[in-house]
Design a protein around this ligand. Sequence first.
Ligand SMILES: CC(C)(COP(=O)(O)OP(=O)(O)OC[C@H]1O[C@@H](n2cnc3c(N)ncnc32)[C@H](O)[C@@H]1OP(=O)(O)O)[C@@H](O)C(=O)NCCC(=O)NCCS
Length: 159
Amino acid sequence: MATEIDIREWQRGDLAKIQRDWLEFCRQATRSDIRLKPDCEIAMANWLAYRFKESEAFGFIAELDRNAVGFLIGRVGDWESAPPVVEPRKLGIIDAVYVNEEFRRRGIGIRLVERALQAMRDRNAVAAETIYDSWSADSAEIWRRVGFAPWMVHAYRML
Ligand SMILES: CC(C)(COP(=O)(O)OP(=O)(O)OC[C@H]1O[C@@H](n2cnc3c(N)ncnc32)[C@H](O)[C@@H]1OP(=O)(O)O)[C@@H](O)C(=O)NCCC(=O)NCCS
């Protein structure tokens, strides 16, 4: 079995695979009130290309024996409160972390998140945040394992 996991920065050539994988994940995550746009592939490609160029953004690719098996996309930026009563502070945000299904439960997700947390520290962020599906055991548990805890909870109800 392959064992060598390497985490490297993303390159433009990684975007097509990220797009496929992430859209596949989005397709599975839809529900009756959430549908993908008919042009979601173009929208995703444009968004990734824009993110790739943004100086605040970063992306990491997990490779196993030189094959990409997972990715993480995040960014660091100054956060302003609304209303603007809190001193602005620099936060790191993880937008997406994904590991191909056949390579899960080998510690790759945790390695990606730890690398992202280091990138945030290097950019002087004071805290990190992410959004995850609290009903999904996979994602809820990995965030707990890397030290994230729910804080301001985003609640939702159908109308
Ligand atoms: C979430 C995800 C990235 C985890 O990747 P992974 O490489 O399997 O994670 P790891 O192997 O590093 O797992 C770390 C820990 O998280 C927990 N965990 C991961 N998957 C789990 C599952 N299916 N059920 C319960 N706990 C799980 C475990 O505590 C695990 O440690 P262990 O294997 O020693 O018990 C992967 O399941 C995935 O890509 N899911 C779809 C995308 C997604 O939900 N992303 C998160 C929101 S953006």
